[in-house]
Design a protein around this ligand. Structure first.
Ligand code: GLC
Ligand code: CA
Length: 513
């Protein structure tokens, strides 16, 4: 496992809405360079940068037109190189967003592929035998090109699926993964990765990593493909890291990813902790003050994943990401403090989404921007201060609106307020850097969890980490546990006493055992 991940805390930056330096209303690479000290000041020592490549932006940049060119609206390749170098000088790492599953329908490969007949790029994408052939169970775009076939899409219709082959062949137009044209796709992907690694980036977040090989329910083909890629990348770039958008650590970490995200999927443990909102609008998340959650569901799933992947890589907890509603949509400041306390005290490598450190709101009711749809409210500009557009841009036409200064949070104000969420986040990250027990590799043992009950207590090395997010005080019997020696950090009233934990309403404590 990569040495530098042992004490890494990532910050996710959505480039279009982070910081605009040239007044065109869109964030840029120079803006990120200017704000590196801010990110470092929070305690984050690594950055995941969402797609910053040339694109028609039908899916906010996840529709790549040229993998080797910085989108002009963000800057140049030279700016990116500068970003890597400046970050490294500050002891930070930068990973880019790799989109291996599909290109934009404006990518040069796809344009070639769309030509009639057969050429070098025809099989770079997945085509049926002719336009009348559109088998069920797949998503195709039909009859929009001169090529006599329908192309498979991976996400939106503007995102044709790259062809890495099929695990089970069920139709004559499907190629096996070891077909030379599928291998050519794989090698083209490695070439893109090496291009940016050579320029100085530190690795990649890998988009829809589980989607590459088709007809692959058990993901055997996809895993073999990644095994091949990660092995070569790690051999040639021993310090590069890869984090997968897969949300299945048992698979992702087994085929060479260094980290895998827990994503916000209904019914999953991560979801049940932070975003379990019923159809009727009732908050049943464990970290809501309603006290109606169930941490036991999370523990069962997590322990299984943790044990199965211990020596392979890390599970990554996120405060949010660009696809997920910000927790602040349903949680107040105190609830967020406790929720983040969990995220920053778990094993693995945590990720903080820009703006979550100040509890930036999920903006309701926005018209979709660049394929954002219901995700748009999570992607609004970073709110830096109380000036125009909250200091994001001087433009009259920002990429997306910010909240109104005076009515919403901003960094400047939260830095000044001593008991703000911002300071809690900073404190928690600082504690993680200070205590090795809290870092990626530190041990994890559950001390107390019961179905539909509070509190939830775990142990990291010599530290007890205790949570009672509910509004009612609780006690938990912990036979054999001695009174805590020292409370290192707490929110509200909580202590470890002889044989039990005593916790006030909405409390958290980090106690030496
Ligand atoms: C991933 C990205 C999402 C994008 C999709 C298609 O889920 O996180 O933003 O729209 O893949 O690339
Ligand atoms: Ca700009």
């Amino acid at each position: 496992m990569q040495e530098w991940l042992k004490d890494s805390v990532f910050y996710e930056i959505y480039p279009q809405t982070f910081y605009d330096t040239n007044g065109d209303g869109i964030g840029d690479i120079k803006g990120i360079i200017e704000k590196l000290d801010y990110v470092k000041g929070l305690g984050c020592n690594a950055i995941w940068l969402n797609p910053c490549f040339d694109s028609p932006f039908m899916d906010a940049g996840y529709d790549v037109r040229d993998y080797k060119r910085c989108a002009p609206r963000y800057g140049t390749n030279e700016d990116l190189k500068n970003l890597f170098e400046t970050a490294h000088q500050k002891g930070m790492h930068i990973i880019l967003d790799l989109v291996p599953g599909h290109t934009s329908d404006e990518h040069a490969w796809f344009k070639e592929s769309c030509k009639p007949g057969h050429n070098e790029y025809t099989n770079r994408f997945v085509w049926t035998s002719n336009v009348w052939d559109s088998p069920e169970g797949y998503r195709f775009v039909c009859g929009t090109t001169d090529h006599d076939g329908n192309y498979m899409v991976n996400f939106f219709s503007s995102q044709p699926a790259l062809n890495y082959g099929f695990h089970k062949i069920t139709h004559d137009w499907q190629l096996p993964a070891d077909h030379p044209d599928c291998i050519a796709t794989r090698e083209a992907l490695k070439d893109i990765m090496k291009f940016w690694l050579d320029m100085g980036c530190d690795g990649f977040r890998v988009d829809m990593a589980d989607s590459l090989i088709k007809n692959d329910e058990e993901k055997e083909g996809t895993m073999a493909l990644w095994q091949n890629i990660t092995e070569e990348i790690h051999r040639e770039y021993p310090k590069a890291v890869l984090v997968s958008e897969w949300s299945c650590p048992k698979r992702a970490l087994k085929c060479g990813f260094d980290m895998d995200f827990y994503l916000d999927h209904w019914g999953h443990g991560y979801h049940s902790l932070f975003r379990e909102i019923t159809k009727e609008g009732e908050n049943r998340s464990f970290f809501s003050k309603e006290g109606k959650g169930n941490a036991a569901l999370f523990v069962k799933e997590y322990m299984e994943d943790l044990l199965a992947t211990k020596h392979d890589g890390y599970i990554s907890f996120i405060t949010c990401n660009h696809d997920t509603p910000r927790m602040s949509r349903w949680m107040d400041e105190r609830e967020l403090k406790l929720a983040y306390a969990a995220i920053f005290t778990m094993p693995g490598v945590p990720f903080l989404y820009y703006g979550d450190e100040i509890g930036m709101p999920f903006m309701e009711g926005l018209v979709s921007k660049e394929g954002g749809f219901s995700r748009t409210g999570t992607r609004t500009p970073m709110q830096w201060n109380g000036e125009k557009n909250c200091g994001f841009t001087t433009s009259d036409a920002p990429y997306l609106p910010t909240g109104k200064p005076g009515e919403t949070v901003n960094v400047e104000q939260e830095e000044k307020r001593a008991d703000s969420l911002y300071h809690t986040v900073k404190d928690l990250i600082a504690l993680r850097h200070k205590y090795e027990d809290l870092q990626s590799d530190g041990s994890f043992e559950v001390l107390y969890v019961k179905e539909n009950e509070y509190p939830f207590i775990y142990r990291r090395g010599n530290l007890a980490v205790m949570f009672n997010p509910g509004a009612k005080p609780v006690e938990a019997s912990l036979p054999g546990v001695k009174a805590g020696q020292e409370t290192i950090y707490s929110i509200g009233e909580a202590s470890l006493q002889e044989g039990k934990a005593v916790m006030g309403a909405q409390s958290f404590a980090l106690v030496r055992m």
